[in-house]
Design a protein around this ligand. Structure first.
Ligand code: HEM
Length: 224
């Protein structure tokens, strides 16, 4: 499976030109995933969802080894291997893994409503920016999760590519939101310098609006 993962880097270059991993042009440039890949993802999700904890353990080990400084965003610091395995088992990290899992479920259900989805993901990006999550961390998380899926589920080359496309799409939208939040901050600062009043909205309150994807573990009344 390591082999198929390595080959994905070539596919990524194609995607910059809105080509899917199978060489077809994508109908919607916002979603670099073909209908066939969506089908593969749905089929693969049956097993991947059951292996999700193992996949996340593998992925988070890479993520935190590369960027130990992000541990503080989950309420701790990392000084040794012992702390790393404790962090990965912690409520904060398991919570994030579960929210990510629910998000994938929703995305796989709502692929056809790509406009709504992208907006919600961009708002998540703004929310992540508000507590200091940077674009490079999201890039690394997406690559690490793809690695985890490849290693644990031993999926075939096409399915591995489809997972790569999905994680890149999720991280890409979050990163767009992060950049947009940065720009908004700059504008807000410039306005303040000019003594202009600015609206003070908490991004947590505006995420998704009526299209909110409910991903918190405690949220019972899930949106469609
Ligand atoms: C593809 C990238 C990512 C996705 C899809 C994702 C998904 C999510 C979701 C759905 C939530 C819950 C939001 C809510 O409660 O309204 C969340 C929260 C959070 N995320 Fe992420 N995330 C990503 C990347 C990151 C990164 C890069 C970091 C840190 C460097 C991070 C740290 C957190 C933290 C600290 C929270 C709040 C606590 C929690 O809800 O677990 N996330 N994320």
């Amino acid at each position: 499976m390591g082999n198929s993962c390595a080959q994905n880097s070539q596919v990524n270059i194609q995607k910059e030109e809105n080509l899917s991993s199978e060489g077809n042009y994508c109908i919607n440039p916002e979603l670099p995933i073909t209908d066939n890949e969506i089908q593969l993802l749905k089929e693969s999700w049956v097993t991947v969802s059951q292996e999700w904890n193992e996949i996340c353990t593998m992925a988070f080990q890479r993520w935190f080894k590369l960027y130990p400084e992000i541990a503080h965003l989950f309420g701790t610091t990392l000084n040794n291997e012992n702390q790393l395995s404790q962090l990965i088992k912690s409520h904060a990290i398991q919570g994030h893994a579960n929210r990510f899992k629910k998000l994938i479920e929703k995305v796989l259900q709502q692929m056809t409503e790509i406009g709504k989805l992208s907006k919600t993901l961009i708002d998540y990006g703004k929310f992540h920016h508000s507590f200091g999550a940077e674009q490079k961390y999201a890039t690394c998380l997406a690559i690490s999760l793809k690695y985890g899926v490849c290693e644990v589920s031993k999926c075939d080359f096409k399915t591995a590519n489809a997972w790569d496309s999905l994680f890149q799409y999720l991280a890409g939208m979050l990163k767009r939101g992060m950049r947009s939040a940065k720009e908004e901050e700059k504008i807000s600062e410039a306005n303040q310098e000019n003594d202009q009043p600015t609206e003070n909205l908490s991004i947590r309150n505006v995420i998704g609006g009526e299209n909110k994807i409910v991903v918190n573990e405690n949220d019972e009344g899930e949106s469609n």
